[in-house]
Design a protein around this ligand. Structure first.
Ligand code: AHG
Ligand code: MN
Ligand code: MN
Length: 336
């Protein structure tokens, strides 16, 4: 049973048996993510003091400007997971191709692949606004003993065995699920230990916050425009307010605690939206569903989408169940 103030290390060991294929491997994997997140946290906290803010001068695989911290976080997560040899493959938002890890025995015996957005919301670093990390874990589908294949990564989100995020905010939190609810741990920086501060996190069934980049309003599908107008209508039973940080992890974290909806819909310029199915939407959708929330592309469940490419994007609507259902109603009404 989740016990408040329990350390993450104790929690992982205690709950290992809940996991269907428990062999300790998944626990070790989450432990490594915990360690890498501490290293990134340390660097994020120094931003402004050391030469870590700003652009790294490179463009990533999706044509986006890479920040120095994007590169740093990517290296830390990849190195930590590779050194500990507990995964057979890693796919990162920052790398064009997936990485194959053979393990110490060179036998490719590890069972898990990790997909990661090492630094989410990176354009916010230079202005001291919260950023995050998102991770997603699957069991490989090809047989162990050989290098991982693309199909090990292109699994629908409903096959995830664990997912989580770290928010480097006013405090640093690690929130994750292994399919048995969602628990949040806060880092005590003096001790370097995460403690269970938010046991059994759940979305309020309904909420009053809507989060969307309204600068793109003119390009949104009519259903989303109609839903936004519905939120803005001046009626007493619709006390909506708008909050948008521009850091997916932070926006979703706030909405899970307070109740709200996050939307990154398609736009006329970007028909699939901006967010990446494998590194951002699937892990966040798994967490949302485990927390009694809902995640949709406007019409169907995010977790049932069969990915076709590592870096594919998808429109994303996620949050309190009733709010997402209402947005879907507006989308359905406009579907021709
Ligand atoms: P990343 O920094 O990993 O590229 O992700 C940025 C994403 C996400 O965090 C955020 O919700 C969204 O981009 C904001 O996009 P806009 O600036 O277009 O609103
Ligand atoms: Mn991101
Ligand atoms: Mn990123």
């Amino acid at each position: 049973m989740a016990q408040k103030n329990q350390s993450l290390g104790e929690f992982i060991i205690e709950n290992q048996s809940e996991f269907q294929y428990s062999s300790g491997e998944l626990s070790r994997l989450i432990n490594s993510i915990r360690l890498a997140a501490k290293m990134v946290n340390h660097e994020v906290n120094k931003a402004g003091l050391v030469d870590i803010t700003g652009s790294a001068g490179d463009i990533n695989t999706q044509g986006e400007d890479q920040q120095k911290l994007d590169v740093f976080a990517n290296n830390v997560f990849i190195q930590t997971l590779t050194n500990r040899q507990i995964v057979c493959g890693i796919a990162s938002e920052e790398n064009e191709d997936f990485i194959t890890i053979s393990g110490s025995d060179k036998n490719h015996q590890s069972k898990y692949v990790v997909l990661i957005d090492p630094l989410d919301g990176s354009s916010n670093i230079d202005v001291n606004v919260s950023v995050g990390t998102i991770f997603s874990i699957y069991r490989r589908v090809t047989p162990a003993g050989q290098p991982v294949q693309l199909e090990d990564f292109l699994q629908p989100g409903n096959k995830q065995v664990a997912a989580g995020y770290i928010v480097y905010g006013t405090s640093t939190m690690l929130v994750y699920t292994t399919g048995h609810g969602v628990n949040g741990f806060t880092l005590n920086p003096a001790l370097g230990t995460y403690y269970l501060s938010h046991p059994n996190m759940t979305y309020p069934e309904n909420g009053s916050i809507y989060s969307v980049n309204e600068g793109n309003y003119i390009q949104f599908p009519q259903g989303i425009k109609d839903y936004i107008k519905y939120c803005q209508k001046e009626e007493e039973d619709r006390p909506y307010t708008s909050r948008y940080i521009g850091s997916l992890v932070s926006d979703l974290h706030r909405n899970m605690i307070k109740g709200g909806i996050y939307m990154y819909p398609s736009t006329s310029k970007t028909p699939n939206g901006k967010l990446r199915l494998l590194y951002e939407c699937n892990p966040m959708a798994f967490i949302a569903e485990q927390a009694n929330g809902k995640a949709s592309d406007g019409y169907k469940r995010i977790l049932d989408i069969k990915p076709t490419a590592l870096h594919e994007r998808v429109p994303f609507i996620c949050g309190s169940r009733k709010m997402v259902e209402k947005a879907e109603e507006f989308m359905a009404a406009q579907k021709s």
